[in-house]
Design a protein around this ligand. Sequence first.
Ligand SMILES: [Ca+2]
Length: 214
Amino acid sequence: MMEICQFITAASLLCAASSLPERQFHFVNELKNWTEAQSFCRETYADLVTIRSMEDVTALNNMVDLNTVVNMNMDSKNRSWIGLFDDVHSWRWSISDTNFYKDGEAQFRNWGGGEPNNFQGSERCGGMWDNGLWNDNYCEGTNKVICSDVQVPVSKQVVKVKLVKTSSVDLNDPAVLEDLLKKFGQKLKDNSVDGDVKLSWRDQSEGEIFHKDK
Ligand SMILES: [Ca+2]
């Protein structure tokens, strides 16, 4: 009688990483001064664009819209506003939340040759030329605008999973593990967990995912 059900309890660690879609850049085909541009981006998207790395520069340069972000009325140096402001000695980004930046990213700069030059002592706002390089600019001048949605950092959570095994199924069989992940993923969806959630198993010892609980 005692042997009718044989339970094997097994425990493992499940790792869940969640992220929202990549940050998106938005080109605004209207002429605004820097302050108007900032207000517009904050109302419509998240903020004026922050450029944190060469990856961002490349992403912007690869966007077909970049060539259209020019102000033909100004001069030969076509440009659009980005989120950089203040002055030649203390540039800051419109997005000030430090969580938004990894080490060094808030200090990334991509100035054009000889810039920032604070021409006539009146250039306190950052713009980008159509070649992707930056220039400090007169804030009251009107340019087109690049806004962005904010990329939310990925959050990770490690969860310990305990299973009661009632059959001879091998919990360390890759197919079984894969199937369990799918079921957990579905459970999260059923419980309206938002965002792009990625689940994975974490090796505990000697490549084994599950081990028998003591
Ligand atoms: Ca300048």
